[in-house]
Ligand binder design. Structure first.
Ligand SMILES: Cc1cc2nc3c(=O)[nH]c(=O)nc-3n(C[C@H](O)[C@H](O)[C@H](O)COP(=O)(O)OP(=O)(O)OC[C@H]3O[C@@H](n4cnc5c(N)ncnc54)[C@H](O)[C@@H]3O)c2cc1C
Length: 390
């Protein structure tokens, strides 16, 4: 970062320092082990949960009345930026549960919302399917009403942390709605206990974020009580979008954290590595990479802090959320690529972390909406504005 923003409050500074200390002491020392094993050992999961709870960092985004930290987005982005500086396999264990769980009502509060806040239970979010990704509404998973239950059938894939999860927030088609634009699948969200008969979870092997498993989940005649609908029947897609909105800002903040780590570690190398009789940092071909990286990280952070403020005020538009995520994720791609380049051959070596930063950065342009989808959203906003329809 070039500098902290003038809008940063003393409380935000303290919060960021607390998370930074936790990341240094409790998470970073385990990065190489997680990378080597491809998973986080169970005793380490428990240790991270316990220590983050002790420091008041667990479920910082959940309501205080249920034991959470009650943070709004303006504060939370500082937390995310600091967690972004380490492996996601480790940092996601300090759960910031899916915000749509705040829609839990009645018995769901004690069975799902409170336990995810205390860390007794862990959730995953299952929207994407093999046949529907960017076009999530095209999903094929169905939930058929049968007496007091719904019966789920279908397959989800790339579901993060489904291995760790005790329950799954599942999106499924429960019917069809007639709309002015023609018939549309009616999508409903369910809280589904992973132990139910008919559910199979299979890990996938992906390029980024070793230790944080993506999974296939298949549902074969899975019987879920109707009381496990999250929110109202048919309102699932609206709820999914709420989660994506929040995810776009928080992941963007993580991107700034990883970019600044990669750049500052590469800068140390550039100051020490001597070629042609001088540190490579003295060559403009090297030093300008740091100028561009620091400038872009700073600009990304400005967009994120502004977007977070608007999230708290309820005024953030979809285009602004996309712009912050798109710029931050592409900025991270350039920063980790440049950091690797500064190390030359050592950047490619598994003995240094730069190839990992590069790999971990790659998913950021895909998973919270691809870069193309973000450009689609932003351009629609601009083009509609030009015709006066917005
Ligand atoms: C590691 C990982 C973890 C994930 N975790 C989760 C999770 O926990 N839960 C979950 O539900 N999902 C998760 N996802 C899925 C993620 O949300 C999707 O991968 C993403 O939405 C893109 O969908 P897709 O992969 O099917 O790509 P597609 O939609 O098939 O897109 C393929 C390509 O076509 C382009 N494209 C598609 N439509 C358009 C268009 N209209 N205009 C221009 N270009 C277009 C895309 O930009 C992309 O380049 C995860 C994905 C990954 C990789």
């Amino acid at each position: 970062m070039i500098a902290e923003l003038s809008s940063m409050t003393d409380d935000q500074r303290m919060l960021a320092d607390t998370v930074a200390t936790f990341v240094e002491r409790e998470l970073k020392p385990h990065e190489e082990e997680v990378e080597r094993l491809g998973e986080v050992p169970a005793d380490l999961v428990n240790q991270i949960k316990q220590r983050s709870r002790d420091m008041g960092l667990y479920a910082v985004n959940m309501p205080e009345e249920h034991g959470g930290g009650g943070l709004g987005y303006s504060d939370r982005v500082y937390v995310e930026r600091e967690f972004g500086r380490t492996s996601r396999g480790l940092s996601t264990i300090v759960n910031r549960p899916a915000v749509i769980l705040m829609d839990c009502a009645g018995d769901q509060i004690d069975t799902y919302l409170k336990p995810v806040t205390t860390g007794e239970r862990f959730e995953c979010f299952a929207l994407t399917e093999p046949g529907s990704g960017s076009d999530a509404r095209g999903m094929k998973t169905t939930a058929r009403r049968d007496g007091d239950d719904y019966v789920l059938n279908g397959t989800k894939h790339f579901i993060t942390n489904a291995i760790l999860a005790d329950f799954i927030i599942v999106f499924a088609v429960t019917g069809q709605d007639e709309t002015p634009r023609g018939p549309r699948p009616r999508i409903t969200s369910f809280l589904v206990d992973k132990a139910l008969p008919g559910i199979t979870v299979t890990p996938m092997d992906v390029m980024s974020n070793r230790g944080m498993k993506s999974c296939f989940i298949s549902f074969d005649e899975v019987r879920v009580p109707a009381r496990n609908i999250l929110g109202e029947e048919g309102a699932g897609f609206k709820r999914a979008k709420k989660w994506l909105f929040s995810g776009r800002i928080c992941l963007a903040a993580c991107n700034v954290g990883l970019a600044t780590r990669a750049l500052s570690e590469a800068a140390q190398w550039a100051n020490e590595r001597v070629q042609f009789g001088q540190p490579i940092a003295r060559f403009q071909g090297t030093s300008f990479k740091f100028a561009d990286g620091a400038m872009e990280a700073h600009l990304a952070w400005l967009a994120i802090v502004e977007a977070a403020k608007k999230m708290d005020e309820g005024t953030l538009t979809e285009a602004e959320a996309s712009a912050a995520n798109l710029f931050a994720s592409e900025m991270l791609g350039r920063a980790t690529d440049n950091a690797l380049q500064v190390l030359g051959g050592m950047g490619m070596s598994k003995d240094a972390p730069f190839e990992r930063y590069f790999r971990d950065a790659r998913v950021e342009r895909i998973w919270e909406g691809t870069s193309e989808i973000h450009r689609h959203i932003i351009s629609k906003y601009v083009l509609d504005g030009a015709t006066g329809s917005r």
